[in-house]
Structures are given as C-alpha cells and as structure tokens.
Design a protein around this ligand. Structure first.
Ligand SMILES: Nc1nc2c(ncn2[C@@H]2O[C@H](COP(=O)(O)OP(=O)(O)OP(=O)(O)O)[C@@H](O)[C@H]2O)c(=O)[nH]1
Ligand SMILES: C[C@H](OP(=O)(O)O)C(=O)O
Length: 195
C-alpha cells in the first residue's frame, strides 16, 4: 500500500564513520551510543509530525537498523554516498511527496517539521541554523528530490532552484555537528537517552 503524506527519508552514516566532530563530546559516553541517541530522537520526532506518512531510514549500518527497528520505520540501503543513497531511496517512491531530513536534529519538535513540510508546495529546503548547511529538502508529488547535501548545501540547493523556507524553527534547524551544537540541543530541551 502506498503511503498518504510525506515519505520522510532519514540518512544515517555507518556508525564507525559518523559524526566525527562529536567524538569525545560527552565524557564517559561511547561515541556510537551518542550517535544512536541523536538518530533515535530525530526519528521519533519525525514520526510524530503531522503529514509524515512513513519514515525511511537510509543506512547500511546493522547496529542502527537494530536500534531503530522497534520504532517501526522502513529501511533503504546505503548506495555509497549520502546523495546517491537519497536519490535511490527517492526513486523508489517516484511520484509521491518525498523529503530528506538529516538524522542529527534530536531536539526536533514535530510541529516545526510539520509546518515546514506544509509550506513545501514546490521543491524546497530548510537551511541549518548557521545557514550554510541543509536540514530538510522536500519534493512534493511530481517534483524530483535532487539532493545536493554536503559543504555549502544551502547555497547549492538554492542555486539548483529549490525554494528556501525561512521559518524560525529553532529545533528543526539545530543540527548537531559539534559539542557546542550538542549543548544547544540540550538547552532546547533534548534529553539524550544514553541507556
Ligand atoms: N546513508 C548515509 N547517510 C549519510 C552519509 N553521509 C552522511 N550521512 C548522514 O547525513 C546527515 C548529515 O551528515 P553530517 O552532518 O555531515 O554527518 P557526518 O558526516 O556523520 O558528520 P561529520 O563526520 O562531523 O562530518 C547525517 O544524518 C549523516 O548520518 C552516507 O554516506 N550515507
Ligand atoms: C550534509 C551536510 O551536513 P553538515 O555537515 O553541513 O551539517 C549538509 O548540511 O548538507
């Protein structure tokens, strides 16, 4: 059965290579445990956003698959790079509304994601808080996702014709790349589940 609403792709890099800038951010907490906590919180919030029909975790990492399976997500394979993986997962849903959300926005309030998706009437993106990266790229039915994540992806998405969505959305735009970002996410209300 085809989902009604957004298919939300959440790409997750293999844990041993993921979130290198966060290594050692929390004393006494294993790096992989922290990255899993970021992903779990992001995915749980995304699943609760109005308009999201399914969350598809795009990863080749076995531990991530194991940790996220109880949430009832779907999985798509990693195709070797972030953008190639998203293209492949989006192609499998051609014709449907498809969006990609980075897996590192753990303070996310579902209402902020719902608002952004509701505004995405054409191919659109939401920049991260500093403004150079992208946290959300959304392609409504009939549009192609064409992901250009990577360095300066906000400019790349704008150049490619995507509409920039400029809502405040402090929790959607707070991606966690560095220890300072992690502290910000906690200030925004994220309680890391490190059990
Ligand atoms: N499936 C998949 N996801 C990726 C890949 N590269 C990055 N991602 C995911 O894309 C999102 C944004 O990536 P980054 O913030 O650059 O994460 P990162 O590469 O793990 O972090 P750094 O090592 O600090 O650059 C995160 O959810 C990553 O897990 C990839 O090759 N495959
Ligand atoms: C993938 C990349 O994430 P960053 O490492 O800039 O948070 C981006 O924003 O396109």
């Amino acid at each position: 059965m085809l989902p009604v609403g957004w298919s939300l792709l959440v790409p997750l890099k293999a844990l041993p290579r993921a979130k290198t800038r966060l290594r050692g951010a929390l004393a006494g907490v294993g790096h992989e445990r922290l990255v899993v906590a970021l992903a779990l919180s992001t995915v749980r919030a995304a699943q609760r956003a109005e308009g999201v029909a399914e969350v598809v975790v795009v990863t080749g990492d076995e531990r991530l698959r194991r940790e996220l399976t109880p949430l009832g997500v779907r999985f798509a394979d990693d195709a070797g790079s972030l953008n190639d993986s998203l293209v492949a997962a989006a192609e499998a849903r051609a014709g449907l509304p498809v969006a990609a959300l980075t897996g590192d926005v753990p303070a996310l309030r579902p209402v902020e994601l719902a608002e952004a998706l509701a505004l995405a009437e054409v191919r659109s993106f939401v920049p991260d808080l500093p403004g150079d990266g992208t946290v959300l790229l959304a392609a409504p039915a009939g549009a192609t996702l064409r992901p250009l994540f990577g360095p300066d992806s906000a400019a790349a998405h704008a150049r490619s014709g995507a509409n920039r969505l400029d809502g405040l959305w402090p929790t959607l735009r707070r991606d966690v790349d560095t220890p300072a970002d992690l502290a910000d996410a906690v200030d925004l209300g994220w309680i890391p589940d490190l059990s």
